[in-house]
Design a protein around this ligand. Structure first.
Ligand SMILES: [Zn+2]
Length: 299
């Protein structure tokens, strides 16, 4: 790959839909700004529960194929052209929720050798040379085996890439500040009777919630085209998500706020200048990163 733009962002996710829920605003913003945005999804989410009754017959590989189409539609909504499956489609399959016998299936992501899977991601890093990588925290945000593995693979790939002379300047984990999600849920409980949804989720259902002090970076999207793009991308994942802005439900039918500001914790690299109006948090994942010229071919 030659002549990539100066700013290059890599996101590592477990299933199609995770990228839109966690990072839709961020991906839309950087794509719109002309940065190169690369999404690596580790599985096709073959064990996801399907919401629409007319698609309920889909499972396993057929569901994976369908979700691949949903992912393509979501990326179109976000303006992202470079989206890939780790090791190619079907290389790693969905491991199911923690504790199920699915976790033991050969070929599922939970059974993958982390170093071998990370080597596949290193190939992407060497090609794209991202300055910024985004993934989950060590618990995968909420304990799903594929999210935990995506975290391990991403963090190991950063180490291996650095050893191979291809360092990633900044690594972020997806986070949500507790005060923000508490406010959003208070509003949700007030507004639930007027919404199409019957029950609200709990704050504990939101992945990656931490005390506010740990948030280093906020990508604000309220009222912007990026927020609309995020909602459209989430709608594209129709087997998994039902959207009625400013809320959405997963297959558990419990309403959650659709967050139009996305939050991050910088865990590797130098924190850049913050925004004085936002408690000193960075407002740009690339803050402090010198824009390098296009990657050229990986050497
Ligand atoms: Zn997921």
């Amino acid at each position: 790959m030659t002549d990539l733009p100066g700013r290059r962002l890599l996101l590592v996710h477990a299933h199609p839909d995770d990228e839109s829920i966690n990072n839709g605003v961020t991906m839309a913003r950087y794509a719109a700004e002309g940065a190169h945005v690369t999404l690596v999804t580790c599985t096709l989410g073959e064990r996801g529960e399907v919401i629409p009754p007319e698609l309920a017959h889909l499972s396993g590989a057929a569901l994976g194929a369908h979700r691949r189409g949903e992912l393509a539609d979501a990326m179109h909504a976000l303006g992202v052209d470079d989206f890939r499956l780790l090791g190619g489609p079907g290389r790693f399959t969905d491991s199911g929720m923690m504790g199920l016998s699915d976790n033991d299936e050969p070929g599922c992501l939970w059974q993958a050798d982390v170093d071998a899977a990370a080597a596949l991601l290193v190939d992407v890093i060497r090609e794209v040379r991202p300055q910024v990588l985004v993934t989950y925290d060590p618990n995968g945000g909420y304990g799903h085996p594929d999210h935990i593995q995506a975290h391990r693979i991403a963090m190991r790939a950063v180490e291996l890439a650095a050893e191979a002379g291809c360092p990633v300047a900044k690594v972020y984990w997806n986070r949500v500040p507790r005060s923000h999600v508490e406010d959003a849920f208070a509003r949700l409980r007030d507004e639930l009777p007027g919404s199409p949804f019957e029950k609200a989720a709990e704050i504990e259902d939101v992945p990656g919630v931490v005390d506010d002090e740990r948030i280093t970076t906020a990508i604000h999207g309220e009222g912007t085209a990026h927020a609309s793009a995020k909602a459209a991308a989430m709608r594209a994942h129709a087997t998994q998500i039902t959207v009625a802005e400013p809320y959405f439900v997963l297959s558990n039918d419990l309403a959650q706020p659709l967050l139009t500001t996305e939050y991050y914790e910088l865990v590797r690299g130098e924190r850049g200048d913050g925004d004085g109006d936002d408690g000193g948090r960075e407002s740009d994942l690339f803050a402090g990163v010198a824009a390098a010229p296009g990657s050229g071919a990986a050497s």
